[in-house]
Each structure stands twice: as structure tokens, then as C-alpha cells.
Design a protein around this ligand. Structure first.
Ligand SMILES: [Zn+2]
Ligand SMILES: [Zn+2]
Length: 308
């Protein structure tokens, strides 16, 4: 199926609620609130560790900077480890996540983008997951966008059963630590990870600063970066998609980059790609504040020349 067909399917099904996903989201959010009535220090510490493991090691370093953009290389067994960590974030399996994100880069903030604020901030943040089924196609359809992952049987299996590692983890925690820890480390931690990740699609395509004049609405946001372990330097990222480093200066805090830097020091990561700051800015950092860039919406499609 071509992207045009996907878009047509999206328009057809935009108004139908994805009940399975919506039900899971409601349950997770309700139990996340319930966690505050069952506070334990143990729950807080395990939740904090799992937030880092799933959102930074898994989503940021694994799904995004390694699998989607191939900003660096690691041994295959370690790539699998990062991928399993990412499934703990409940953002779908690797083929679904990577295909959706590559489509986002190819059609950023124009027709074909699965989650752009030009369709509404709410849509970009969460609506595209709850409503419509265009981005919930079967693995073989999405495989068109991810031939590198689709030929790996483990990734195909993990995409179909992406909820298995999180379920096993949850049941294990229930057995050894009890319900309060499960509420904190599974439900509240997952909701925090989801909501902060979604800010990258909504907030850093709406508000913040723009260092680079990219043909999309991407922005840099220090507070989204702090909440997402570094993913908030999103304008830098759209300008340099394959760079494993998104925060390009010492003051642009990017924990995902620190993790990749450490992996390189330990000899696990190699061929690490890092973007340079523009020459003019290496002395005097400055970026223009914007609230929105509607004039960019009608710009011609931007195809990242070096997406993979
Ligand atoms: Zn983006
Ligand atoms: Zn990206």
C-alpha cells in the first residue's frame, strides 16, 4: 500500500475511535491517578528507573536515534536489548513506531504527516492514536517503510506482541513487590512516558525556538527536552535527522546523547554521527522565537535526503 492509500484510509476512518487503544489508555490513566493514593518510596524509585530505561534507553536511544535514523551502530544483541526496553513504554512495536516516525519526517507538517498540529494540537498530541486507524495497519503494510526491520523475524514478532515484555514485567512486579509498586512503576510511569513523548509531536511542532529554517514547524524546547531525556531539541533534529546528538551545545541538555556517548566510550556504539552547529553560531548562540509558522504549511514536500 502506498502512502496515498494510507492517507485516503486515514480520511475515511478519521472519525472512528480505536476502542482497543482508547480503552487501554483510559485504564492506564485512571490507574496512574490511583497511584497517588498508594505512595511508596520503593514504587517511586522503581518507576523513575523504568522511566529512564523505557523512555531514554528504549525510545530515545533505541527506537528513535538507532532504529529510525541509524545515527549510530551497535551489535545486534544490544540493538535487541534497546528495542525490548522501548516496548516497555507502550508506544507500539518497532516496525509500527519506526514506520510512523519515518513518514512523519518525510511529510512533516503537511499532508501525509500522521501527527501534525496543523490538524490541531490535540490531534498531534494524542488524537491521532485514539481516533482513526490509518497508522494501525498490519505489520506487512508498515513493512513497506521499514524494509531494514521487516526482514528481521524478531522485530516482526515483537511488533505483533509488543505488549508482552511490559506484561511480564508487570506480573513480576506484582508477585515480588505488590500493587502499589505496580501502580507507580507500570501505570503512572507509562502514562508519564507517553504524555511526555507526545509533547514532541505537539509542543515541539508548535512552541519554542527555531535554530534552523527547516520546511516544517519543528522547534527546540528546553522543557520538553528535560521531560523527554533530550528529544525536545526537535528543530535541531529535523535539520539533522541522522545526528545521534540532538542537543548541540553544552547547555542543550540531552541525556539520550550522554547515553550514546557513554556507549561509544565503552566500545558498544560505533559510527556515531554528530551534527555540527552552524558556523555563525559557534561563537554567539541565538535562536529566533516563534509561536507558529503557518506560511510553511504550504511549502513543497520535504524529503530528507539522508533519512536512513
Ligand atoms: Zn517532528
Ligand atoms: Zn526523528
Amino acid at each position: 500500500m502506498e502512502l496515498g492509500d494510507l492517507r485516503a484510509a486515514k480520511l475515511e476512518e478519521d472519525h472512528s475511535i480505536n476502542w482497543v487503544t482508547a480503552s487501554v489508555m483510559v485504564i492506564f490513566h485512571v490507574l496512574a491517578v490511583a497511584a497517588f493514593f498508594f505512595f511508596t518510596w520503593k514504587g517511586l524509585f522503581i518507576a523513575a528507573f523504568l522511566w529512564w530505561l523505557s523512555a531514554s534507553v528504549g525510545i530515545g536511544m533505541g527506537y528513535h536515534r538507532l532504529l529510525t535514523h541509524r545515527g549510530y551502530k551497535v551489535p545486534r544483541w544490544f540493538e535487541y536489548f534497546l528495542t525490548i526496553c522501548a516496548t516497555l513504554a507502550l508506544e507500539g512495536g518497532p516496525i509500527f513506531w519506526v514506520a510512523t516516525h519515518r513518514i512523519h519526517h518525510q511529510y512533516s507538517d503537511r499532508e501525509g504527516d500522521p501527527h501534525s498540529p496543523i490538524d490541531g494540537t490535540w490531534w498531534a498530541h494524542m488524537g491521532w492514536i485514539l481516533v482513526g486507524k490509518s497508522m494501525h495497519h498490519d505489520t506487512s503494510t508498515l513493512a513497506h517503510y521499514v524494509p531494514d526491520l521487516a526482514k528481521d523475524k524478531f522485530y516482526v514478532w515483537l511488533t505483533k506482541y509488543h505488549y508482552v515484555p511490559l506484561t511480564v514485567l508487570g506480573l513480576t512486579l506484582l508477585a515480588v513487590a505488590g500493587w502499589p509498586v505496580v501502580l507507580w512503576a507500570i501505570f503512572l510511569r507509562t502514562v508519564v512516558g507517553l504524555q511526555t513523548t507526545w509533547l514532541v509531536n505537539s509542543a515541539t511542532h508548535s512552541w519554542g525556538t527555531r535554530r534552523y529554517t527547516t520546511r516544517d514547524l519543528s522547534t527546540n524546547s528546553w522543557w520538553v527536552a528535560l521531560l523527554t531525556w533530550g528529544e525536545g531539541w526537535h528543530n535541531n533534529h529535523h535539520a539533522h535527522p541522522t545526528s545521534a546528538r540532538h542537543g548541540l551545545t553544552w547547555y542543550e541538555v540531552d541525556f539520550n546523547w550522554y547515553g550514546i556517548w557513554l556507549m561509544r566510550k565503552l566500545g558498544i556504539a560505533r559510527n556515531v554521527r554528530v551534527a555540527d552547529l552552524p558556523v555563525a553560531e559557534r561563537q554567539a548562540p541565538e535562536a529566533a522565537e516563534i509561536s507558529s509558522r503557518p506560511e510553511l504549511v504550504s511549502a513543497p514536500p520535504q524529503v530528507q535526503p539522508d533519512l536512513l
